[in-house]
Write a protein that binds this ligand. Structure first.
Ligand SMILES: [Zn+2]
Ligand SMILES: [Zn+2]
Length: 334
C-alpha cells in the first residue's frame, strides 16, 4: 500500500520566495495496523534488541494503579468487533452481555482496574525506524547507526534525569542493526500502563517524504506579518476555503521524523540542549491524529491506527542536539 499526501493547495514559496531557505524535509510515517517484525520499521512492533543487553526499566512508581496491556488489547478488540456487527436496536454498537459487563467494569474503575505489585516496570517499545525506510533519519543518526529505537514509560510523574519530562518518559537508542546478531525473541512489557492510550497498537509504516516550513513564530516578525496580511487578503478574495499557512501550507500533522515543530498550543518555546546550549532540532513527532487541514492522506486512516493519544489530542516531540548526538534528548508536548 502506498499512502500519499495530497498536493498542497498552493506553493507558498511562489508568493513568498524568501521562505525557500527555511524549507526542511520531513518523513511522514503513516502508521497503519499490521504485524511488523523486528527487521521492519514500526510503531508498537517488536524492537531489534540484543538479547544480552538489559531491557530498560523505570523504578519510580512502586505499587501503582493502571490498566494491564492485555486488558487494553481486549478492550480494543471488543470495540472493533462490536463496531463491525450490525448496529443494536438503539443505534449504538451491538455488544454482547459479556462485553457490556467488561466495559461497565472498566468505566467503573476509570479504565484503571489493575495494580502493579511494586518493583521496576519494564519500558514499552514505542517505535523503531531504519534509515533505509525513513530518509530524514539519516541527518540525525550518529556515524554507522541505521536504526532508531524509542521506548517510553507509560506513566506521568517522573522526577529525575532522563525521566523528568512532562508526559511519558522516553529513551532513545541508536544502533547499527548488523551488530544485533542474537535478537531478543520476546519483549518485556510493564504489568500496567497509566492510560490505555499509552499502549501502541502494532503498526507498519508507509513513509512518505514531504517539505515543511516553520511555525510562524520562528520567522522574522516582518515576514510573519506579511504572511498574515496575505492570508486575510486571500480570505477576502476567495472566501473561507482559502488555505492557512499554519494548517495547510507549512506543517503536516501525524507521526513524522524531521521537519519542523508546531507550537500552536503555547506559542514558540525554543528548545536548547541542556548540555551545550545549542538550539535543538525536532527528531520525532508522536501525534494523536494525522488528519487536519488539507493534510489528510490517501487512503485516510480509520480512527487512530496507533491507539496512542498524548496530552489532549496532542503532539509529543523528541528534540535532539545537532552539535552532538550523544547529548541527552528533550521532550516537549503540544
Ligand atoms: Zn516511569
Ligand atoms: Zn548539545
Amino acid at each position: 500500500m502506498t499512502i500519499r499526501t495530497p498536493y498542497r493547495p498552493l506553493d507558498i514559496t511562489i508568493p513568498f520566495p524568501e521562505l525557500k531557505p527555511w524549507a526542511r524535509t520531513a518523513t511522514r510515517l503513516h502508521p497503519r495496523p499490521g504485524t511488523p517484525t523486528a527487521d521492519e520499521s514500526s510503531v508498537g512492533g517488536p524492537l531489534l534488541w540484543p538479547s544480552d543487553e538489559e531491557w530498560p526499566v523505570c523504578g519510580e512508581h512502586g505499587r501503582v494503579q493502571g490498566i494491564a496491556p492485555g486488558r487494553v488489547r481486549r478492550y480494543r478488540r471488543i470495540l472493533r468487533e462490536a463496531y463491525a456487527r450490525p448496529r443494536a436496536e438503539d443505534g449504538g454498537p451491538a455488544y454482547t452481555a459479556g462485553e457490556r459487563a467488561e466495559l461497565d467494569e472498566l468505566a467503573r474503575t476509570g479504565h484503571r482496574p489493575d495494580r502493579h505489585d511494586g518493583g521496576p516496570l519494564p519500558l514499552l517499545a514505542l517505535a523503531q525506524c531504519y534509515t533505509r525506510d525513513v530518509p530524514d533519519l539519516a541527518a540525525f543518526a550518529p556515524p554507522g547507526a541505521d536504526l532508531l529505537q524509542v521506548l517510553w514509560c507509560p506513566f506521568y510523574g517522573h522526577e529525575d534525569g532522563p525521566f523528568s519530562e512532562f508526559g511519558p518518559s522516553t529513551l532513545l537508542y541508536w544502533r547499527r542493526s548488523t551488530d544485533v546478531t542474537a535478537p531478543l525473541p520476546v519483549m518485556p512489557e510493564p504489568a500496567v500502563v497509566d492510560r490505555d492510550s499509552y499502549l501502541p497498537e502494532p503498526c507498519v509504516l508507509h513513509p512518505e517524504r514531504i517539505v515543511e516550513y516553520p511555525f510562524a513564530d520562528y520567522l522574522p516578525r516582518e515576514l510573519d506579518e506579511r504572511i498574515a496580511a496575505w492570508e486575510d487578503e486571500l480570505r477576502t478574495r476567495i472566501g473561507p476555503s482559502a488555505p492557512w499557512y499554519q494548517y495547510d501550507l507549512s506543517l503536516a500533522p501525524g507521526w513524522k521524523v524531521g521537519g519542523w515543530d508546531s507550537w500552536h498550543k503555547t506559542d514558540l518555546d525554543r528548545v536548547y540542549c541542556p548540555t551545550c546550549g545549542t538550539e535543538m532540532r525536532v527528531l520525532l513527532t508522536v501525534d494523536s491524529y494525522e488528519t487536519g487541514g488539507s493534510w489528510g492522506a490517501y487512503p485516510e486512516p480509520v480512527g487512530r491506527p496507533t491507539g496512542v493519544e498524548v496530552g489532549r489530542d496532542g503532539e509529543y516531540r523528541a528534540f535532539v542536539c545537532p552539535a552532538d548526538p550523544t547529548h541527552p534528548h528533550r521532550m516537549s508536548m503540544q
